[in-house]
Design a protein around this ligand. Structure first.
Ligand SMILES: *Cc1c(COP(=O)(O)O)cnc(C)c1O
Length: 498
C-alpha cells in the first residue's frame, strides 16, 4: 500500500514512512492510494476478538513489507503489537464495550488509562512508531509534537512516556481544558516528556505545531512526528472499533450480517468519524455517519451548505475536546471526493481566506453518507440529566452532544437501521459539568469527581483516583508566536530536565 499526500499524489510513502513523518512535506495528509486491496473479511468477523479485529485492520491498511518485513502472517505480527499496546491497559478487557441505552447503543471508548477514546489509538501508536523505526532501520530520535484540545495530550503522554528513541512535546491551550485534563498532563513524570501551556486556543496551538513542522530546521539525528489524528498511525487503530461494534451487534442478535448501522460521532478534528468512513470503504455496512458538534459548529454548517468558514467566534464550551474550528481530517474526505488538486486549492483558500466552498456535486456526494447536527451547552447538560433519569446511564459532555444530535436526527431521519453513539470520554473526566447537569454545582472539579461517585456509584477509573494530589511537574507557558523558538531550543538538548 502506498500513502499519497492529499495535496499532491506524486508524494508517495510507504506506511512506515507515513507513520514516521506524520504529515507530508507539502502540508498534506497521507491517504491510502486505494481501499481496493484493504477489504475486511466480513465472513470471519464474528469469530474474531477485538484485538484480532484491530490487527486485521492494521495489516490491511499497512500492507506491504515496510512494516514487519520478515513476517509471513502480517495480521499475526500486528497482533503482537496490539497486545503489547493494549494488554493490561484498559479497565475492561474489552477496549470498546457496547451498552444498550434506550433504543440505541453507546460504544464506550473511554476505558483506557486516560479515560478518553484517544487511548485506543495512542496506546498503539508508539508500537507502530517503534516497528516503523526498526523496519526502516531509522536511528534518528523521533520527537512527537502534538497540539491538544485536552485529551490527545494525556493519551499521547501515557503512550510515549519513557519509550526509547522518542521524546514528546505537548502544547495545550492555557484556558480551555478541564482541571482534570490539565492535571493529567502536567503531572506526567516521563523523562522524555515536555508539556507546555500556550496562551491561545486549540486552533492557535495546532496552527503553531503545523508551522513548526513546515519551517523548523532540525539538528542531525532528530526527526519530528505527530500524535494528532493527522498521523495515519493514529487514525488506523480507530477504524477497528467500528468493525468491533458491528460484530458485537451481530453476536448480541441485534442485527444480521449485511444490515447497515448508523454511527453518531462527537467530532472535533474529524478524525474519529473519518475512521468510520475508512471502515465503510473497507466493507463495513454503514447507514449514515452523523457528525455531532458543539457550538463551534463549523462542520454542521459545512454539511448544510458546502461552505467551510472558520471566520467566526470561537466558543469555549463544556465539551472542550471538540472546541475546534479547523477540523484537519476533513481534508482527507475532500481528497477522496474531489482529488488532490482541488483539495490543495481548498486548503490554500482556507489558509489565506479562512474559507472555501465546495461544489454542489461534491456536497451531494458527501451527504449521501454524512449527516450533521449540533448541540449547545444548555441542551447538552439537559440531555445528561434526562438520560440519567430515564435510563440510569451517566454520560460525559462530549457523548451527550452526540446523544442530543442523535435524538434530533432520529426524529427526522429514521432509516430503520440500528444506531451506535460513540462515547469518547468518561463522565469522571468532566465531573464538574456532569454534576452540574444532574443537579448540583461544585467550584472544585476534584470535589465534583468524588460527589459524582457518591451519587451514581459508578466506579472511579483507577487513573483518576487521587488525581488532585498528583504533583505538578511541568510549568512551561509560552505565547503562540514563541512555540517555534521553544521547540528549537528543546530539540537541541540531549537530556530534558523539569
Ligand atoms: C478528541 C475528542 C473528540 C473529537 O474527536 P476527533 O477525532 O478530533 O473528531 C471528541 N470527544 C473527546 C472526549 C475527545 O477527546
Amino acid at each position: 500500500m502506498w500513502y499519497l499526500s492529499t495535496r499532491n499524489e506524486k508524494i508517495r510513502k510507504t506506511p512506515a514512512e507515513a507513520i514516521l513523518k506524520g504529515i507530508a512535506d507539502d502540508g498534506g495528509l497521507y491517504m491510502p492510494e486505494c481501499f481496493c486491496s484493504a477489504k475486511f473479511p466480513m465472513d470471519s468477523l464474528t469469530k474474531m476478538s477485538g484485538k484480532e479485529i484491530s490487527a486485521k485492520v492494521l495489516s490491511l491498511l499497512f500492507s506491504g513489507d515496510s512494516m514487519f518485513p520478515e513476517a509471513e502472517d502480517k495480521a499475526e505480527a500486528f497482533l503482537g503489537a496490539v497486545k503489547r499496546g493494549y494488554d493490561g491497559k484498559f479497565d475492561d478487557e474489552d477496549y470498546a464495550p457496547l451498552a444498550k441505552v434506550g433504543n440505541a447503543f453507546v460504544m464506550e471508548l473511554y476505558h483506557g488509562p486516560t479515560c478518553a477514546f484517544k487511548d485506543v489509538a495512542l496506546q498503539l501508536l508508539p508500537q507502530l512508531v517503534a516497528e516503523a523505526k526498526r523496519a526502516t532501520g531509522m536511528k534518528d530520535e523521533i520527537v512527537i509534537l502534538t497540539a491538544t484540545s485536552g485529551d490527545t495530550g494525556s493519551a499521547a503522554l501515557s503512550g510515549f512516556s519513557d519509550v526509547d528513541g522518542t521524546k514528546i512535546i505537548v502544547f495545550y491551550p492555557k484556558h480551555g481544558i478541564s482541571a482534570v485534563q490539565e492535571r493529567q498532563m502536567v503531572s506526567c513524570k516521563g523523562k522524555n516528556t515536555c508539556v507546555v501551556a500556550v496562551e491561545g486556543n486549540f486552533d492557535d496551538a495546532q496552527s503553531g505545531v503545523k508551522n513548526i513542522f513546515a519551517t523548523l530546521d532540525l539538528p542531525e539525528g532528530v526527526k519530528l512526528s505527530s500524535a494528532n489524528s493527522i498521523n495515519i498511525g493514529r487514525l488506523a487503530p480507530q477504524v477497528a472499533y467500528y468493525f468491533k461494534a458491528y460484530k458485537d451487534l451481530i453476536n448480541g442478535n441485534e442485527i444480521k450480517m449485511g444490515d447497515k448501522v448508523n454511527f453518531i460521532v462527537p467530532t472535533g478534528n474529524f478524525g474519529d468519524i473519518l475512521a468510520g468512513y475508512f471502515a465503510m470503504q473497507m466493507g463495513l455496512p454503514v447507514g449514515k455517519l452523523v457528525c455531532a458538534s458543539n457550538e463551534n459548529k463549523v462542520l454542521t454548517d459545512f454539511f448544510e451548505n458546502g461552505v467551510y468558514n472558520k471566520n467566526r467566534d470561537f466558543h469555549v464550551t463544556k465539551s472542550p475536546s471538540m472546541d475546534i474550528l479547523i477540523s484537519s481530517n476533513l481534508e482527507r474526505l475532500l481528497y477522496l471526493v474531489c482529488g488532490a488538486e482541488k483539495c490543495a486549492a481548498y486548503m490554500k483558500d482556507l489558509k489565506e481566506k479562512g474559507e472555501y466552498k465546495i461544489t454542489k456535486e461534491e456536497l451531494d456526494a458527501i451527504k449521501s453518507v454524512f449527516d450533521a447536527g449540533f448541540a449547545n451547552d444548555e441542551t447538552t447538560l439537559d440531555v445528561i440529566k434526562s438520560v440519567y433519569e430515564k435510563h440510569g446511564y451517566i454520560m460525559d459532555t462530549h457523548t451527550a452532544v452526540a446523544w442530543k444530535v442523535y435524538e434530533d436526527w432520529a426524529k427526522e431521519n429514521e432509516n430503520g437501521y440500528k444506531s451506535v453513539v460513540l462515547s469518547t470520554a468518561s463522565a469522571y473526566k468532566f465531573s464538574n459539568s456532569v454534576m452540574n447537569a444532574i443537579g448540583k454545582e461544585y467550584d472544585d472539579e476534584f470535589d465534583a469527581l468524588e460527589k459524582l461517585n457518591a451519587i451514581t456509584g459508578a466506579k472511579i477509573p483507577g487513573s483518576l483516583v487521587g488525581i488532585k494530589e498528583k504533583p505538578v511537574v511541568h510549568k512551561n507557558v509560552v505565547k503562540k508566536e514563541d512555540m517555534l523558538t521553544f521547540v528549537r531550543d528543546m530539540v537541541g538538548k540531549k537530556e530534558w530536565t523539569k
